[in-house]
Design a binder for this molecule. Sequence first.
Ligand code: ME8
Length: 510
Amino acid sequence: MKESYYITTPIYYVNDKPHIGHAYTTILCDTFARFNRLLGKKVFFLTGTDEHGEKVERTATSLGKEVTQHVDDMVVHFKQAWKKLNIQYDDFIRTTEARHKEVVHIVVRKLLASGDIYKGKYEGWYCVPCESFWSDVQLADKKCPDCHRAVNHYEEENFFFKLSNYQDWLKQYISEHPDFIIPKGKRQEVLSFLKDPLEDLCISRPKKRLSWGIPFPDHEQFVMYVWFDALINYISAPGYSVKKETFSSVWPADIHMIGKDILRQHAIYWPIMLKAAGIEQPRHIIAHGWWTIEGSKVSKSRGNIVDPINMAAMYGVDTFRYYMLREASIGSDGAYSEELLIRRFNSDLANDLGNLVYRSLSMGERYFKGVIPAIDPQTIVHPIREHAEQLGKKLEKAINEEFDPRAAIGAIWDLISDANKYVEDSKPWQLKKDTSKEHQLREFMYTLLEVIRFIGIALTPFLPETAEKILFLLKESKVDAAALNTWGVLQPGRTLEKGQPLFPKIEDTQ
Ligand code: ME8
C-alpha cells in the first residue's frame, strides 16, 4: 500500500557539470520534499543521472576519455553540487547501475511479449543534443524543431514502441485528470499535440553505430534508446517488480518535476509506457519554465551557464535558494540576474528577516536578560497570533494544492512584515519606561519571539540553514507539523541566544 510522498527530479545528462537550471529543479523538489517531511509524511525524494546516449558518448570522446570513466567522474560533480546546495535526497539513481538495467529489461520484455514493442525499419532524422527523432515533416527548415540545430539522417532496422495504440486512451486520461499535467498551459499544449496522430517511437540503436547504451534484451545487436531507458529510472529506483513491497509503498509518484523542455517525453511517452506495462500513472507532472540570460535559455550548448556552487559560495546557500524559489513562478521563464539576487538579499533577507530576528533577540536581551518572559501564552489575544496560526495551512495549500513555492514564501514574508509592523506599533521602548506596562511588555516580547519561532519552522523547507540558526537562537528543537500549527510552544524561562545578524548587507558593486 502506498505510504510515501514520492517526488522526482529529471535524471540529468552527465555531459557537463550542473548549472543553475538543474539546481532550480532540484531545489524545487528538495523544498517540496522537506515540506512534506515537516508534515510528518514518509518522503522518498529521488534524483540521479542519465548516463547513456550519443550525447554523453560524444562528450567522453571529445575529452579523450573512456565513457565509463567520464560518467564516473561527472557523477561526483552532481553529488557535490547537491551537497553544497543542501539537497536532502533519499536515493540517487545512475542509469549505469545494475538495479536500473534489470528493471529496464523486465519492462522491455513485458512489452515485447504484449506486442507493444515490434521490429521495423527506421528512416528519419536524429538530433543528438535533444536525443530526439524527427520525421521529414516535423523538421523546421531541415533543422531540429526543438533546438534548431543540425540533424543526422538515419536509415536502419530498429525496435519501435506502439505509441499510436494508446493515443485515444491518453487524450481521455488527460481530459479526465485536470491535475495530471501542471500548469494548465502545458496541459493544453500536450492536448493540442495529441490532435495529430502519434508516430510510433523508435527505441533502439544498432550497436554497430552506438555501443553506449543498455543492451536490448534478447537482441544483443541493439542498445536501448536513451529516453526509453531513462524514464524507467522512476520505477527502477524504488524496485519495480524486484522489491515488490518497497515499490508498492512508494508508487505512484506524487510529483515528477521537470523543465518544459522534456514535457513531451514525460507527458506522452512515459504515461503510455506505464499504461502498456500495466503500471499506475504518476499523480502530477509539473513542468516549470526556464531560467534565461539575455533572453536565451541557460544551457551548456549556448555557453551561458552560471555555476550554482559559485553562487552559493559567494552569497550563501540560502540566498541562492531564496532567489530561485522567490523569483520564478513555476509556469513562466525567469530572467537570471545577479544584480536582482543582491537586491533581494538586501531587502528581503537582510532588512526584513535578518533585522526582525536580530532586533527581537536584542530586545529580549535588553528587556528580559535574554530569558523568555513568564506568561501564559494562551491568554494572548492579538491578530498576529491568528496570522501565525494560519501560516501552516497557507503553506500546505500553496505547496501541496497549488504547487506554488513562490506563494508559500510570500505567505512567510507577509508574517515577517506583520511582525516588523507589530514591533513598530507596540513601541516596546515606551512600554519599558512605564512600570505599569510591565505585563504588556512581557506579552509583547513573548508574542514576538513566538512569531519568530513560527517563521523559523516555516522556513525549514525553503532556507534550511537559516531556519536552523533561528531555531538555535530560540533554543527550540521541536520541528514538526504540530510545532508549525500550535501557538504557545516557546517555553517561558528558557534562555535565548542573541547571535549575530543573519544576513549582513552586501554592497551592490554591479
Ligand atoms: O533532459 N532552466 O537532462 P538534462 C530551468 N536526461 N531548468 C533547466 C534549465 C534552464 N535553463 N536547463 C536545464 C535531460 N534545466 C534528460 C532527462 S528524465 C527521465 C531524463 C533542468 O541534463 C530542467 O529540469 O538536459 C530540465 O528539464 C532538465 O534540467 C534537463 O536536464
